[in-house]
Design a protein. Structure first.
Length: 98
């Protein structure tokens, strides 16, 4: 028979605990050099398709995030690029990147 242990946490403490664990896991994933999709992430800018692959979402989602201001696209002629730092800030938050 297994013992159950209950720990009292406030909503804020639980949120912080989960947030920290998720951020740690994402940083570990990003630091793994064997992930092929992240090889393009070494460039200072990503295309819409590379950005969609990084977030594992569709191009429509990237367009929607751009319209909502979640991502800040940079246009060069007909092409659309996203700054790597902007993508990291979107993913982790500004205070985590600095």
């Amino acid at each position: 028979m297994s013992k159950k242990i209950f720990i009292k946490l406030s909503k804020k403490e639980l949120k912080n605990l989960l947030s920290d664990e998720i951020k740690t896991a994402l940083k570990e994933i990003l630091s793994e050099p064997k992930i092929k999709e992240l090889e393009d992430f070494k460039k200072p800018h990503l295309t819409r398709k590379e950005t969609a692959n990084f977030f594992d979402v569709s191009l429509n989602c990237i367009n929607d995030w751009s319209k909502k201001g979640i991502l800040n696209p940079k246009k060069v002629g007909q092409r659309t690029y996203f700054k790597k730092t902007d993508i990291l800030i979107t993913l982790f938050g500004k205070e985590e990147i600095q």
